[in-house]
Design a protein around this ligand. Sequence first.
Ligand SMILES: [Zn+2]
Length: 765
Amino acid sequence: MTPPSEPPNADAPRAASPRRPQTRLRRILRRIFASLGAALLGAFLGIVGLWLFRPFPEECLRRPPPQSILLTDRNGEPLRVFLGEDGTFSLWEPIDAFGEWLPNALIAAEDKRFRSHCGIDPLALMRAIRQNTTNLRRISGASTISTQVIRLAQPRPRVMSTKVAELFLATQMERFHTKDEILEQYLNRAPFGGNFIGAEAAARRYFGKRARDLTLAEAALLAGLPQSPTRHRPDIHPESALKRRAYVLSRMLDLGYIDEAQHAEALDAPLPDRLLPLPFEAPHFCNAVLRLTGPAMPRGEVRTTLDLDLQRSVETALREHIASLHGIHGGAVLVLDTGTREVLAWAGSPDFRDDAHAGQFDVLLAWRSPGSALKTFAYALALEQGRITPATALPDLPRQYGDFAPGNFDGTHRGIVSARNALVLSLNAPALHLVARCGTDAFLDALEAFGIAAMPERSRKRNGLGAVIGNSEVRPLDLVSAYARLAGRVLDPPDAPSPLPVSPAAAWIVLDMISGDERVAVETGLSENAARRRTAWKTGTSAGFRDAWTVAVTPSYTLGVWLGNPDGRPSPGLVGIEAAAPLAFRILGNLPPRRDAPEWFERPAQVEGRQVCAASGLRPGPYCSILADTWAISNVTAQTVCGVHRPDADGDGRPEEVWPPAIQAFRTASSARGTVSSKPVILVPAPNAVLHAAPVDAGGGTLPLRARGTGRLWWFLDGEFIGEAPATEPILWSPTPGRHVLRCCNADGAYSEISFEYLDSASRQ
Ligand SMILES: [Zn+2]
């Protein structure tokens, strides 16, 4: 067997046989290069593919820096800033809120080809690489606004790989976002020095204005800051800030954003020399907004209903009024829009910064005794139930209700009194009589419907009736809101569904009962009030002289004034009508008139005029001789005919007047002894006494003050509360030299007053 002959061309490989290993190597190398090239191409295509199709990680742009809350008044005036959770001041704004100059100033300062590049500025990048060939780590000179946005949104360690990743992400971001969106990200994330982030916060701290209102010079200054926020801060390094601003302005000039004249003018503008304090207006209101809204509070700028001008005038009036009073250090005022119940002014104390008198304590949210201020709702309910008209005669007699026998504030009873007068004079007995007839539960339910937290079920039986004369506690905010609801009910259409247990007709009549210019003039003694707009108003004074109230209502405004001492110390001046009403009318006089609101509430169609017996307030019978006009609710108000006036029985030619036995007995008794009064009488010291210490007294003695009276007695010396004790016990007073005025009050507010003089040993010699 011979081996098969060589193929004819077999010599060709043979001829090449000495170069064979090289060829193989080359082939291998070629293959390697080919596959490397393919791999590189693949990688490149992969990257391009990724760049093209992989979504940009949007979540990094969606998470803003921790945002502050800026509360503003209804016109956008800043009230108060609550910083973000990291203690920085930052307010995110859309791009069109940065005004005319700032975006261009920033482009001039940071990235002049921003509008045309793709996220990376190739010219700047090449220059940076050329300048830094020995040290490739430093390519940060090529950073654009886009790469900085990536860095600000997702801070990474400053190493080469992350810088490359930032370049990649920046170009990717450019695909999915407009230039304005990227600029908005930058303006809201960049540091501007201090504890504030973003241009809006910086504009407010340096210039006290919104970024949209910045001048060219101001915008140029801010635009220069992010590069080195501390080094260029105008309040710390004015020289450096000035240089940086000039640089930004010259770039703006070069880029054609401004002309020579604008450039020259901006160069001359002064620098801010300090940071402006954050706003601090209506502090109690802002705290309450935050507290009452809770976690639902949105971040950023939140517009409230407050009216800052009105708030300031209310604060001034309250402070001045408190300063004019003796022994009263606390007060609060709330002004609501009657129609919408929006808060217009809120002062929880005369001075938030007055620590000595608990200025930070917000009385509008505290539980206080309302005195007589809830009586209005009892009368509204009685009107609604058809039980009374304003003219109805109500009994004003001493009467025991369970374990309490409430008297009236002035210590007297009147026998009978019209519903209108009983409400205006805040008489206790008629109000209790009404609530007993309407039902205690119905009354408490009505209060609850008006937003006044009713007492717990277990206290209802024991104290429910007493709520109407102030034996309960309410928050001033709720009380004033309840009056606004009552007035708002009159503005409702007659058949509008309402959670309130009172119709527009009943609400209108009860407001009519507590209104009238003549009432203001007579009861406050302020003659200028006679010309004032018609106002419904109610006062309240708590037992023991701790709270004085006035709530006033017009179709435009509902206003509440509370005066008292934050520590609950009584003062003889704490009588609603004396202390609180003048302030309420002063504030009411300062409120701007509203063109869209009527002078007074329009009378609902269900309210009808009715003639009644002037004495009983009931439908006149054949023997009633004197009639009066009053208001009634059609088809609701009872049609009871007067039974007081009866046929002539004794033959004197006049009808008999026969009242129910209790009233009859009271009238007979009072006509026998004049008026009934239980006011205390001071026994020691005697009126106008001149006292001095006994010669053997080495000092430190006390003088027992005594009075004749009933129940507990409250003692005031020169307007200051000095103690309370049962009428059977004296109060011990450590004498101070001089003339003194001593007042002793009982729980109903009836008091007597004397003056006397105490001489010390020096003045006797
Ligand atoms: Zn009559």
